[in-house]
Write a protein of this length. Structure first.
Length: 444
């Protein structure tokens, strides 16, 4: 069972943050739907969540009907920069996550660069260099070698200022700078309007999720250990937010974000903070008062206290995610609850309005999602209510509705077409899931 510290941090999370956390724990990916006019705001909100809550790099890829494979692959990359350590100093170097192989090579860990996962270049070591500006915005950068003012440091240490010493320093400085400038795949990829992208681009995204790597013109880019791909789709309802069938079935869960009811917590918080900072800055130019320097700027009263400047948002480290992954693998699923889960799957497949989508992959994700929800509620077992919640998230984007009343199952036995049309009018995946949950008996 998770400790109180971790449970307290989980209690402060919103729906988007919980969906992100569930995917990071299971090392899966998700589809998030919203109204078409709110796609840009939601993408920025997800970027802030990745940065502030999970301390992960992020990249927003804007897709359209003419997006090319090169544009998609290039949009996944970010320039490397030093990141704050996700674990406190002195913590265990070996990850305890059951979802990846532990690394026992201490030399490999000590020699790894802070630029993230390395990428094997298509060219050999003696081949042509990557053209300037291929994936970096810094073109023609020059490196300045600092010249020490004193030839000695300490008592017995000297620095050579000759040609050899300058050349060695230049080589070392160039190597260090190039390691920081090497682009790599971001930890969180936010693909806006992925449903509008050509089929070839969506298949390339599926290949990235399956193999965790992508080919560019000059290199093979490997996804980092903590990797999340979010397909952001604009649609009128949650059941209509979907992509290519094979890619759609690969997504772990789906979530519908209503901008009117749920809002954008981080985005509005940043805007309020920027406005307050601008006001304080303008007032300080006109008249400087002691109260401005001694009183902190208060953010929106709608925000929890844990998300203010003095109390930053809960930062989930890799150790926290690994702990939740361990607890997920140990979550107990009783026979009665398993029967309840399988009954839901059977009723979904046999529902008269369902034409498909209840795949074996969906059943696997259904069970794993229910187990992942248990430690988030402080439990080491799965309850029927968690099964019902997991069903709503696992099948929202998967269920296919029959196209017309003539293809409805009961028409084979003489049902009236007009009656079937009335029954199927306006029905969606959300209605089907609620209907099934109402029909299946809950174990006591």
């Amino acid at each position: 069972m998770a400790d109180d510290r971790l449970l307290d941090k989980i209690q402060t999370l919103g729906d988007l943050e919980l969906a992100t956390l569930l995917c990071l724990v299971a090392r899966e990916h998700c589809l998030i739907g919203t109204l078409p006019d709110s796609v840009d705001e939601l993408a920025e909100e997800l970027r802030l969540i990745a940065t502030k809550t999970f301390n992960l790099t992020s990249a927003i890829v804007s897709c359209h009907s003419h997006t090319t494979l090169d544009e998609f692959a290039t949009g996944l990359l970010v320039s490397a920069s030093p990141r704050a350590p996700s674990s406190p100093p002195g913590s265990n170097l070996y990850s305890s996550s059951p979802y990846h192989i532990r690394q026992h090579d201490s030399h490999a860990q000590s020699s790894s660069t802070p630029a993230g996962p390395s990428s094997a270049s298509y060219f050999p070591s003696g081949g042509p260099a990557i053209r300037p500006g291929a994936f970096s915005t810094r073109v023609g950068t020059t490196h300045t070698i600092p010249i020490p003012t004193s030839p000695s440091i300490g008592n017995n240490t000297t620095i050579s200022t000759g040609v050899g010493g300058v050349a060695a320093a230049a080589a070392s400085n160039s190597h260090s700078s190039s390691s920081y400038q090497q682009p790599h795949i971001a930890n969180v990829i936010i693909a806006k309007d992925l449903d509008r992208a050509p089929r070839a681009v969506q298949i390339q995204a599926l290949e990235l999720l399956r193999t965790r790597r992508i080919f560019t013109r000059t290199s093979v880019q490997t996804a980092p250990k903590q990797f999340l791909f979010v397909a952001l789709v604009g649609a009128p309802t949650g059941g209509q937010a979907r992509v290519t069938p094979h890619l759609n079935d690969f997504f772990y869960l789906a979530h519908w974000h209503d901008p009117e009811e749920d809002g954008f917590t981080y985005l509005y918080d940043d805007e309020n903070g920027d406005d307050a900072a601008s006001t304080v800055s303008s007032q300080s130019v006109v008249k400087r008062t002691p109260s401005l320097g001694g009183t902190p700027i208060l953010r929106s009263s709608l925000m929890p206290a844990s998300k203010s400047d003095d109390n930053p948002a809960p930062l989930f480290t890799e150790d926290d995610i690994s702990l939740l992954a361990q607890l997920t693998s140990k979550a107990h699923l009783s026979v009665e609850v398993t029967r309840y889960q399988m009954n839901i799957v059977s009723f979904l497949r046999m529902h008269r309005a369902v034409a498909g989508g209840v795949s074996p992959q969906a059943t696997k994700h259904f069970e794993n999602l229910a187990k992942s929800l248990a430690p988030l509620h402080g439990l080491d077992y799965v309850t029927p209510s968690l099964i019902a919640l997991a069903a709503k998230k696992a099948y929202l984007h998967r269920l296919k509705i029959v196209e017309s009343a003539e293809k409805e199952r009961s028409m084979q036995w003489g049902s009236d077409v007009a009656a079937v049309e009335i029954l199927l009018e306006g029905i969606g995946p959300e209605d089907i899931i609620e209907d099934v949950l109402g029909m299946v008996g809950v174990p006591s």
